[in-house]
Design a protein around this ligand. Structure first.
Ligand code: FES
Length: 111
């Protein structure tokens, strides 16, 4: 799959229209799997796996900009990646997002 990117450090994740409002999806990229959340505060992209154990956060619940793990219930703030509840105690990796037309890009150069 090729796509036009605004600059070389950006990676296309999906089309914005693929993610309904106030919903999230997991997306497989060539080197990692990410969670894309389309919230009323904006679009956020983070690593798909919970930092506690092996649970895909896109199988959990999205409430505003907070995602709740389906396995033990830790919540993460998607604007910052901060973990909000036990038992997870490591923050989630979040990526800077750029939207161009209907395309969602993330910047992997800092990760
Ligand atoms: S696997 Fe997510 S809180 Fe335990």
């Amino acid at each position: 799959m090729t796509s036009e990117t605004p600059n070389n450090s950006l990676t296309k994740v999906c089309q914005l229209s693929d993610i309904p409002s106030n919903d999230m999806r997991c997306v497989s990229l060539s080197d990692r799997n990410v969670l894309v959340a389309n919230t009323s505060e904006g679009v956020f992209v983070a690593d798909e796996m919970c930092t506690h154990e092996d649970a895909r956060l896109c199988d959990g619940n999205l409430s505003g900009t907070k995602v709740k793990c389906p396995l033990h219930g830790s919540r993460f703030e998607l604007t910052t990646g901060k973990v909000l509840d036990d038992p997870a105690n490591e923050d989630l990796v979040v990526y800077p997002v750029t939207i161009v037309d209907n395309d969602v890009f993330i910047n992997l150069s800092n990760s």
